[in-house]
Design a protein around this ligand. Structure first.
Ligand SMILES: [Zn+2]
Ligand SMILES: [Zn+2]
Length: 725
């Protein structure tokens, strides 16, 4: 095998005049007639074998294998096997049936191979998506002293595009220009494809723009390039331009359009494209349908996705996994579980690791421990227990559901562990407040000869932050480059700002941000703003908020944080101002919801969810719950209600926070003493935090709340976060 640089150099150093040989017509078919007739060898063969042209013309019309083989046999018996014209035709016929190995055998037996023979073989491999073999043949060709013509270059460029070999591709582009080979729509399209595939959209666009003729393949090449880069707007502009130029979309256009739309997540455009698939008759194609499901899911319109999924007559494991992940992403955990259960009931669908990872991360997200355990049992039954990818997802699931013991047990029993398993275990310890264990694991991992990567160190730093281990965290952070040759990235900095903030070292955190070598992002500033809120440092908080609004003006979360901060120090003017600017920007707070798993079923509560089917009963328990904790000192913190409403209404809003509804439901539906596990999609508020501390004491129930930041273990009137979160 020749390496690319040799090919590259050979292409560059060939004496220019040799190219004259290749100033030939472009189309493969026309090349046969023109060059072959000029070739003295084939003229001689023609004299002694007058039947050759008739075989050739018969072969040209054949698409089926059997007659091709018959003609092949006749050619051999008539002693025409060495006729290059016929050999090339035969190769072409076999290649178009996908029998590249036969074509290659014929090629091997040709004594006087010409450029056409090489080109047929290269183009055959490319058309059958055997790109690497196409490239190998191309290299052999160059080494044998042949220079490519436009047809050869067109074929090899597609292969190079798919292999990502941009350097060789570029040198061929130069070659085309240098030797002034007559370009045409095919070779220009291959170039657009090459640059699009490797993401050089500027070059691709310039080439495209200058092309006098374009075909549907050219348009598709450019559209799919923009689509792969996630440039949804460009995709749609091109699509409109393409239609204005009189081209109707084909299968490939539709696929690119759908993935472009998924990238920008616009439902409106999604519907237009869906309409387009119906108009063009592609709506029943399995690939298109799967892509549409994905698109609707990405646009967060899971109902549309489901109805498409539901009407599919045959579903494969990819489609099932896609559907369950889509439900899980929008928070419909029960639906995700339901899909999984349905899927394992279908015999024809073979479970795979991707699907298991999908369902496990769905369990993680919703804290569905019982369901997660069932998946573990299924893993054992189906032989996926030793799969390290599924294994690390399982560790993550147990840790995320607050069951660190099971995570540890599984981790220790694993026959083989890769870095992802160690990282999952370290992260699990961190999440559950076991900072020392996380650091121990880091040393143990190194003892086994595994070097930590960026994520390992991030998990360790987060663990230190969650456990309040400031000195250890800072030490590891400062040693990152020296010990492990890893430069801290923005996430590492965010973690350290959080760590310093938690310890009340706001000035140190601020100094770190001002002196860090990277441009701080919203995450880094957000961590400091959170710390300002906890420690009531309004001045710094305001300063940081300004930065945040510049960096990320559309995140309602920061406005809420700032408004909470004003509320904490009783600055009502500030609260009002923040709320006005939030409203004037048309931003909406993400609605908070909490979920709880009881008997393998997930129950989700929104704040103020009085339409819940079990509401009357929940309301009764809620009243008892509030009264009991009030007796031991709970005072509702109405500062946290920002609406301008009477006191009674404020109290009522506070009591109907989703965590409180979920806890009341848990008290109602589980046996005394059972741990109540709640998962909340946002940060849990001060009032719910205080109330839960009292609940854990009064009702003698351990309560675990996993909010967006961390785990809170409430037991006997205290929380594991020590009131910092
Ligand atoms: Zn609350
Ligand atoms: Zn807490």
């Amino acid at each position: 095998m020749v390496d690319s640089s040799t090919v590259f150099n050979l292409l560059r150093s060939h004496p220019k005049q040799t190219s004259l040989r290749f100033k030939s017509p472009v189309c493969l078919e026309s090349r046969f007639s023109s060059t072959e007739h000029r070739n003295p060898v084939s003229n001689v063969t023609k004299l002694i074998a007058p039947r050759a042209p008739s075989y050739a013309s018969v072969l040209q019309g054949l698409k089926e294998l059997k007659p091709i083989q018959q003609i092949h046999a006749q050619i051999i018996t008539s002693g025409l096997a060495q006729n290059i014209f016929l050999s090339n035709r035969l190769m072409n016929s076999y290649a178009s049936c996908g029998l590249l190995n036969v074509a290659k055998q014929i090629f091997g037996r040709i004594q006087n191979k010409n450029l056409v023979s090489w080109t047929i073989l290269i183009s055959g491999f490319t058309k059958n998506e055997r790109y690497f073999e196409a490239y190998e043949v191309f290299c052999d060709m160059i080494m044998s002293g042949f220079l490519p013509n436009v047809v050869t270059i067109t074929s090899i460029l597609s292969a190079l595009a798919n292999l990502g070999l941009i350097r060789v591709g570029r040198s061929l582009h130069c070659f085309l220009i240098r030797y002034g080979l007559g370009v045409n729509v095919f070779v220009e399209t291959s170039l657009v494809l090459l640059y699009s595939k490797v993401g050089c959209m500027d070059v691709a666009w310039r080439l495209f723009d200058k092309m006098p003729d374009k075909n549907i393949v050219t348009w598709n090449a450019l559209i799919s390039g923009y689509s792969n880069k996630g440039f949804g707007d460009e995709v749609l502009q091109l699509f409109n331009l393409m239609q204005r130029n009189g081209f109707s979309p084909d299968f490939f256009t539709i696929v690119s359009l759908i993935s472009g739309c998924s990238a920008i997540g616009s439902l409106q455009l999604g519907s237009v494209i869906h309409g387009c698939t119906i108009k063009t008759g592609f709506e029943n194609d399995q690939i298109i349908k799967t892509a549409l499901i994905d698109m609707y899911a990405k646009c967060r319109c899971v109902e549309h996705a489901y109805s498409l999924f539901d009407e599919m007559p045959v579903k494969d494991v990819v489609t099932w996994t896609l559907m369950l992940s889509s439900f899980s992403h929008v928070g419909y955990m029960n639906k995700a579980m339901q899909i999984f259960n349905e899927m394992i009931g279908v015999d024809e669908v073979a479970l795979d690791s991707i699907c298991l990872i999908g369902i496990l991360s769905s369990c993680s997200r919703s804290g569905a421990l019982q369901q997660g355990r069932r998946v573990h049992a299924l893993m054992i039954k189906t032989g996926f227990e030793d799969d390290i990818f599924v294994g690390s997802a399982l560790i993550g699931m147990y840790a995320n559901c607050g069951n660190l013991e099971s995570a540890r047990k599984f981790f220790e029993g694993m026959k083989e562990k890769d870095i992802a398993c160690w990282n999952a275990m370290i992260a699990g310890n961190g999440m559950n407040g076991c900072g020392d264990d996380a650091i121990d694991l880091l040393w143990k991992m190194q003892g086994k000869g595994l070097e930590p990567d960026e994520s390992t160190l991030l998990c360790v730093l987060c663990a230190c932050s969650h456990a309040g281990m400031v000195d250890q965290g800072l030490h590891i952070f400062h040693c990152m480059v020296r010990y492990w040759h890893i430069l801290p990235n923005l996430q590492h900095y965010t973690c350290i700002v959080d760590l310093l903030g938690r310890a009340g070292r706001l000035d140190d955190a601020h100094l770190l941000i001002n002196t860090m070598p990277l441009q701080p992002d919203a995450g880094v500033y957000g961590a400091l703003l959170g710390a300002c809120r906890v420690h009531g440092n309004i001045d710094l908080g305001l300063q940081i908020s300004k930065k945040l609004f510049e960096l990320d003006p559309n995140d309602a979360g920061y406005y809420v944080l700032l408004s909470n901060m004003y509320a904490t120090v009783g600055n009502w003017e500030g609260v009002k101002m923040t709320r006005v600017s939030l409203r004037s920007k048309g931003l909406k707070k993400t609605p908070g919801f909490s979920s709880i798993e009881i008997d393998m079923e997930i129950f989700t509560f929104m704040a103020g969810d009085i339409d819940h089917p079990q509401y009357p009963e929940i309301h009764r328990i809620l009243k008892i719950m509030i009264n009991k904790i009030k007796e031991v000192g709970y005072v509702p913190d109405i500062k946290l209600v920002f609406q301008d409403v009477p006191y009674e209404t404020k109290i009522n809003i506070l009591y109907h926070h989703s965590e409180k509804l979920a806890i009341a439901f848990g008290l109602m539906r589980t046996k005394p003493g059972t741990t109540i596990r709640i998962t909340k999609n946002l940060r849990t508020c001060n009032d719910c935090h205080t109330a839960t501390k009292f609940i854990s004491k009064v009702f003698e129930r351990p309560v675990v709340i996993k909010d967006v930041n961390r785990f809170h273990f409430f037991q006997d009137g205290a929380c594991s976060c020590k009131d910092y979160w």
